[in-house]
Design a protein around this ligand. Structure first.
Ligand code: TRP
Length: 440
């Protein structure tokens, strides 16, 4: 049993986080990371980003921006484990194990995939899978690997992700059933009510796909411009206005205190003008966001600081993922043939960073060693089988085959008992082969 609750969540690095992302995910995550009884794992889901973002510069830029945002919001990276998904090679390895535990039928029912199929249907495309890559189709499996790799208990996500957490539980159960209890079953942590879904410039849900977002750290002049673009009705100053159906009020109250919100409600009843309200919303948000935005502006210009933070996180994360993956590999039967140990070439040993040249040299050295070992093994097999041939001949030619066979085996066993390590292995192999041949 792990004493602390593990909270884990990732942000796909294919866009610019907006005010809605801040309220719904970033702010609660940073707050959770400060609690003493939780262990938090936050990461940049850059492998997920590849599914929909095939522009290398956008993906790279977005990763850097999102990392800088977490840091600017005050994430304590000594307490939380903050990393980049792609720095943890065990995650895609686990994703493959899980892929082999996932019913295709379940993936057919995934909302993200079905939405694309529905869109093709709507457009009367003859191929309903048009434009859909396997990354999108198996998206929930990679997400399950993110979660199960760290045996996280709670996953703060938006409502649209609940199905993915359920699929993750299903996959984990199937793995546990097949290979033994290795995974904790995670639970989705969803903010109650709809209040946390923020509206965008046009009044629809704030979302990159609607092009109606207010980026979290937009510079002040851009923030002002965007706020003044928010759709309102045509009521004049002095006319009573309904705060409940107003995007400006909604955004204001999501940030303001209860008292401030109440005061604003009165202003609506007293017929505040839209221009006035927009000005007030801008002033309020700008003041609220400026300290973090200032930190962001400094951090985003310091890529080596961001990288160092992520590497620190990757080291912490791999302290879990490496030994755990080793255990999982053994559980499924992928391990060295010697001593039930992990194979040396599984790549799970901690290695220091090598330069490209060192890497080429190391790879060449490894390849040579493997080739020599292979040659030796083949030689050994040949020698052993010649020896077994000779023994079989002797047995056949003796008058009493049964006694001769027993004698040959007893002699081998005696030799094995007194032999040194390497010779012992060869003799054991000889005995095994002989036994097989005698059975046939
Ligand atoms: N799919 C999530 C999203 O788009 C991002 C994500 C990837 C994630 N892996 C995760 C969230 C694991 C929680 C846990 O919002």
């Amino acid at each position: 049993m792990q004493a602390k609750q593990r909270v884990l969540t990732g942000i796909t690095t294919s866009g610019t986080p907006h005010l809605g992302n801040y309220l719904g995910a970033l702010k609660p995550a940073v707050a959770a990371s400060q609690k003493a009884d939780t262990d938090s794992f936050y990461f940049l889901a850059d492998y997920h980003a590849l599914i929909k973002c095939q522009d290398p510069q956008t993906l790279h830029r977005s990763s850097q921006e999102i990392a800088a945002i977490w840091l600017a919001l005050g994430l304590d990276t000594d307490k939380a484990t903050f990393y980049r998904q792609s720095d943890i090679p065990e995650i895609p390895q686990l994703a493959w194990f899980l892929t082999c535990m996932t019913a295709k039928g379940m993936m057919n029912r995934s909302h993200a995939y079905k939405a694309s199929v529905d869109e093709n249907q709507r457009q009367s495309n003859t191929d309903l899978d048009q434009g859909i890559n396997m990354g999108l189709f198996s998206y929930p499996i990679l997400m399950a690997a993110d979660i199960l790799m760290f045996n996280a208990h709670q996953i703060p996500v938006g409502k649209d992700q609940i199905q993915h957490i359920e699929m993750c539980r299903d996959i984990a159960m199937r793995f546990n059933h097949t290979y033994g209890e290795h995974f904790v079953l995670p639970e989705a942590m969803v903010e109650e009510g709809d209040s946390k879904v923020l509206s965008g410039l046009d009044g629809r849900k704030m979302s990159k796909s609607y092009g109606n977002i207010i980026p979290l750290f937009a510079p002040a002049d851009e923030l002002k411009k965007l706020i003044f673009q928010i759709t309102t009705n045509s009521l004049q100053p002095g006319q009573v206005k309904d705060p409940e159906t107003c995007t400006l009020f909604e955004i204001y109250s999501a940030f303001a205190s209860e008292q401030e919100t109440l005061a604003m409600r009165n202003a609506y009843a007293n017929g505040i003008g839209w221009g006035d309200m927009k000005g007030q919303l801008f002033e309020y948000l700008n003041e609220y966001l400026t300290p973090a935005r200032k930190r962001y502006d400094v951090i985003i210009k310091d890529p080596s600081y961001i990288e160092a933070e992520l590497q620190k996180g990757a080291t912490k994360a791999r302290a879990h993922s490496q030994p755990f993956m080793q255990r999982l590999r053994s559980a499924v039967g992928i391990m060295s043939f010697v001593g039930g140990m992990e194979s040396k070439h599984s790549g799970s040993k901690v290695k220091k960073e090598l330069t490209q040249q060192e890497q080429i040299k190391a790879d060449a050295g490894k390849a040579k060693a493997v080739a020599i070992a292979k040659q030796r093994a083949e030689q050994e097999i040949q020698e052993v089988s010649l020896k077994v041939d000779a023994l079989m001949n002797g047995i056949k030619e003796s008058g009493d085959a049964k006694t001769a066979a027993i004698t040959a085996m007893t002699q081998l066993k005696l030799q094995i008992d007194s032999a040194k390590k390497k010779a012992k292995k060869t003799l054991q192999l000889t005995l095994e082969l002989l036994e097989k041949r005698l059975e046939n």
